[in-house]
Design a protein around this ligand. Sequence first.
Ligand code: GLA
Length: 417
Amino acid sequence: MKKWSWKWAALWAGLAICLGACGQPGGEKSSGEQQSVQTEDTGRNDSGAEAEDPEEVKSDQPEGTRADLPGGDTPGLAAFYEDNFPIGVALPGFVFENMDNYEEVILNNFNSITCENEMKPDFLLDREGSQKKLDETNLQAAVHFDACMPAIEFALKHDMKIRFHTLVWHSQTPEWFFTEDYTEDGKLVDREVMLARMENYIADVLGYFQENYPGLIYAVDVVNEAFDPGNGDENGVRMKDNLWYETVGEDYYYQAFVFARKYASEDMRLFYNDYGCTDKAALILERLAQAKEEGLIDGIGMQSHLSTGDRIQYKFMLAVKQFCDAGYEVQSTELDIGVTENSEAAFMTQARKYRSFFKNMKSLQEEGYPITGITVWGLNDDLSWRTGEYGLLFDKDMNPKKAYQGALMDPSVPDVE
Ligand code: GLA
């Protein structure tokens, strides 16, 4: 396996502004909710008709030829993109318990891990411990790290890094964390108490990693999915089912960045992570402007839950450039590209979209856009949250799919354009 390369990390560390023209935001749209899968915009125009799509994949297109693959023995993804960015994978706890089935593929292809769930607040917050502490303080909930320990140990053993996901999110954060007595039906605490709890939570979590595993975490999703015009206030800040909004108020996401910057070490890059970034780019940039100006945030995590109908070069990449032009680094943090049918033709279409995605990200990075990572959201189609959409690079038996060859820009997968 190719080990983690800090070459690019060092390169980006001091890079504030990137080059390139700013494009209009496209219409990326995606998932985000645990319960329902929303995929990307499929390029429909206002009349509902299919818009003309320069990236349309025609199945009868001739096989492309590319001679730029390092010959014979194809390297895995991490090695292939070593000079560009780390390649990550989201892994559930289940994988660590059955590692024999997965280890080879993981070690051959990835140099970064995101815990699919085990670093989310519902795993890190310790309810019993918090209740026990109530006599002493109601401002600092207890945390525990047992669930993510297998991921930490695996990463350390194999010299991989971890993308931390996620500190402040409306979802997968237990209701009891927001109440006076840490019970589900307790009274919600006020802004002051919740801000103190937020600060202590962020300090405790980031502090834990810094003290025990310095250098392990290279990126932190400080806030996930705070902006949603459809379910938001007049500024597009998500209100629906959002106890952070209810207790702390409309600036909760800003406060999270204040605390994260205060307690993060310098090598932890701080991210705002969201779905639908092509549609929401302008809103995201506007809402984060103050935090950015104050140096509290480093990057935008574009979740990238895509579908084969999505335009990658002419839409997704424009948003990437837009964020970069505004001075952010960009990571694709939860990539999957869903297809609706299980057929060879559909998998070839998917492969070409993967190719387009990786190829465009690579060339933008090479042009100087600070793209600092791509993480696929799951290891194989069976482990994907998008049931029945076959969105990933490996099939249920861990065989590489055509999509995998697409991601490697293999000549057997023609370009989309
Ligand atoms: C969002 C979250 C992820 C994950 C997916 C669904 O994208 O950011 O953590 O929960 O939804 O699996």
